[in-house]
Design a protein. Structure first.
Length: 224
């Protein structure tokens, strides 16, 4: 768990929860408005991971934060047959894999925001994109395989990766365009839409996030 982070995202999120599979190093990220949402996020990630693999979660290693240490969550884990490993107080090194990944994700997000002059309130999009990229990047701990490949047992497609914060010219799909109207609209690339091949882009005029597959990117251009 990382946070509270200031400023909050445009959706009011102040925390992010990062889970890392110890074997594959594959990561899951959830943006949260409050710490007490962590337990439900873990349950949701657990259900999805078990559905994907057909395997059951055996051990959950966390620190002793109250969001992980409630009686209700302890009963849930016991009922699901999930063993709990709690780190000693003030000993983050005992949960070293996820602690290092947290630092890497935050560092990447900070660099991505600064590189393109993005407002800090877009940190949620930046950490989400950082996790997406890291899951598809080779790591020495897997002998230069990617976490995606170790988890899904197939190589990831990376041809669609683009520079965070660059300008994307999004096709205007509104019907009956006038002959002189623009056929595309410039927006800011924020990342990748989960469960689809669409990109997420921010329209600074409408102040809305759009999803589109019909985009031409100018990776040298930026917000500022």
């Amino acid at each position: 768990m990382c946070g509270p982070i200031k400023p909050a995202t445009h959706g009011g999120r102040r925390y992010f929860l990062l889970l890392v599979d110890d074997s594959s190093r594959f990561m899951w990220l959830r943006l949260l408005t409050a710490k007490d949402q962590a337990a439900e996020a873990i349950k949701e990630i657990k259900a999805r991971a078990e559905m994907e693999t057909g395997k059951k979660l055996k051990v959950l290693r966390t620190d002793r934060g109250g969001e992980f240490n409630s009686e209700e969550f302890a009963r849930y884990c016991a009922g699901e047959g999930v063993g709990r490993h709690l780190t000693a107080p003030y000993s983050p090194q005992q949960n070293g894999v996820v602690e290092r990944r947290n630092q890497t994700v935050v560092g990447m997000a900070r660099s991505m925001l600064k590189a393109k002059g993005m407002p800090a309130a877009f940190w949620g999009e930046a950490v989400s994109t950082a996790v997406y990229i890291l899951n598809r990047s080779p790591t020495k701990s897997l002998e230069d395989k990617t976490p995606f490949e170790a988890w899904h047992e197939r190589k990831p497609d990376v041809a669609h990766l683009c520079t965070f914060g660059c300008i994307g010219h999004v096709k205007v799909t509104r019907p009956n365009l006038a002959k002189l109207e623009d056929r595309s609209k410039p927006m800011i690339f924020l990342g990748y839409k989960a469960g689809s091949k669409a990109y997420r882009l921010y329209d600074p005029v409408e102040r809305r996030v759009h999803a589109s597959r019909d985009v031409v990117f100018d990776e040298a251009a930026s917000w500022d």
